[in-house]
Design a protein around this ligand. Sequence first.
Ligand code: DGL
Length: 283
Amino acid sequence: MKYNNSPIGIFDSGLGGLTVFKEIRKILPDEDLIYFGDTARVPYGNKSKDTILRYSAEISKFLTGKGVKIIIVACNTSSSLALEDLQKEEKIPVFGVIEPGAKRAVEVSCGGNIAVIGTSATIKSRTYSRVIYEEIESLSEHEKGKFKNNFNFKIIEKPCPLLVPLVEEGFLNDEITKGVIAYYLDSVVKEKPSCLVLGCTHYPILKDLISEVIGKDIQMIDSGIETAKTIKCFLEENTILKDGTGMGNESFFVTDDPEKFKGLGEKFLGRAIKNVAVINLSL
Ligand code: DGL
């Protein structure tokens, strides 16, 4: 198979990465996509760095064994803690979801405060703050000045650990979930951020509820959308887009019950999911 016609590998701890998968499919309809959801071991967000590194490396090996041309780590927790190691270990390009979201936040905030929500592990790693400051440093002097002249500029990082289990249990449009969002975000809104980065791939599915809580003045940044744009540019610039037109193939691998994955996954994607296989990574 020609290298450019090889599939793209996308992985997450569970279902959340489907929000990234969906955005990739929208703007790259020809590409063959392989999605891996580590549903037996989700959540990663409350696990140690060593465990997240080990799980992420195992999945990357599985995907490279399938001949993928690039890997997308469609999990903020894994992107925060394991991306650099994966990039060193793998011979193919490996992309995370943090940098594209952080870049967009810096673009839209114009010197205003930036809020980030994510799992406990993502927030504890402070990776978003580090990458946002790197993005600010890479700006022109004029643009950088907007941040330097705002002496009160701050990045507000807030862990929201209850949101992933609520999504995984299907509480997608529910008063309980709205109450939990308000519990976490009321204090964030008081800091008047210009934007809110959805720093967990499960959160875009809660966009409507989050918007009801934070109002219209705070722009939401969906790192899935930003990551999809980054990937498209990379494939174009390196002339490794897949040949031909039409719908690319899709296959899904999970480490636990495929029916459960399909049930909720179809709500994430808004369409049917076919070709789901169960994999035991320890074999
Ligand atoms: N999808 C993960 C993320 O983006 C959240 C789920 C988990 O904790 O594993 O961080």
